[in-house]
Design a binder for this molecule. Structure first.
Ligand SMILES: N[C@@H](CCC(=O)N[C@@H](CS)C(=O)NCC(=O)O)C(=O)O
Length: 243
């Protein structure tokens, strides 16, 4: 249960709602924890109330605190009644199963298959971007450790966004029109592009489709809420990046 190393907060719900809420999302420092942002944003966008436990990362106590909730030693983890689910993608699938009434993945089979493919590609790939541009959500003017190392990842992400917007975007502003799990998976990329001033036009975004998509994500009120909470976080000792 929570101790002085955690902060526990109600998110997206009134006191009355919380009496019935049975989700607790365990996440890391909001400035840095890109994996935590994904299910947090997903749950906020789909109106799923939860309690949040924030474990400060990069401190001598972080590993032990995380281990109390997540057998992998990594966060995010979702506690749903007597079930604990860890890993951002697995949490997404759990919520999609549990809430068939919500289009967490796109309803149409082809769109859903592509949404899952690009989410898995994000989850398992883009190491160069992750290593050279760690998330620091309110930072601007950062420089990638090795700018040439990230160009292939940036080009691939721009191509994915173009393809999804063209084939599935319809009249909505997101990859598959309405907000879906795929958008939650790519939200930390938007943050990295913002903080590191990544030149999308130079990465074949000549028509600005990727830039406009990134802006639609960046302007989400829930993401604003996350950034405000990140700004209010106390400084912790830096032990190294949490990718
Ligand atoms: N594949 C995992 C990655 C989770 C991950 O690497 N989480 C980082 C925080 S963003 C973590 O828990 N790091 C442990 C630490 O910093 O002590 C997921 O998708 O959830």
């Amino acid at each position: 249960m929570p101790d002085a190393h955690h902060t526990k907060t109600r998110v997206g719900a009134s006191e009355d709602d919380m009496a019935n809420a049975d989700y607790t999302l365990v996440i890391g420092t909001k400035s840095w924890s890109s994996w935590s942002l994904r299910p947090w944003l997903l749950m906020r966008q789909f109106g799923l109330p939860f309690q949040e436990i924030v474990i400060p990362l990069r401190t001598p106590q972080s590993a032990a605190a995380i281990q109390r909730y997540s057998p992998s030693g990594k966060i995010p983890a979702l506690v749903a009644g007597n079930v604990t689910v860890w890993d951002s993608l697995s949490i997404t699938e759990y919520l999609a199963d549990a809430h068939a009434e919500l289009a967490i993945w796109p309803r149409e089979a082809h769109a859903r298959a592509i949404a899952r493919s690009i989410s898995a590609e994000m989850h398992g790939g883009f190491q160069a971007l992750r290593q050279n541009c760690p998330m620091d959500i309110n930072a601007t003017g950062l420089a990638p450790a090795d700018p040439s190392a990230i160009s292939a990842d940036v080009a691939r992400i721009v191509a994915i966004w173009h393809d999804c917007r063209a084939r599935f975007g319809g009249t909505g502003p997101f990859l598959f029109g309405a907000f879906s799990a795929a958008d939650a998976m790519y939200a930390p990329v938007v943050s990295r592009f913002h903080s590191y001033g990544i030149d999308l036009k130079g990465a074949s975004d000549t028509d600005g489709v990727a830039a406009r998509y990134g802006e639609a994500i960046w302007q989400l009120p829930a993401l604003d809420e996350w950034r405000a909470a990140a700004r209010a976080e106390p400084a912790t000792d830096t032990l190294g990046p949490s990718l």
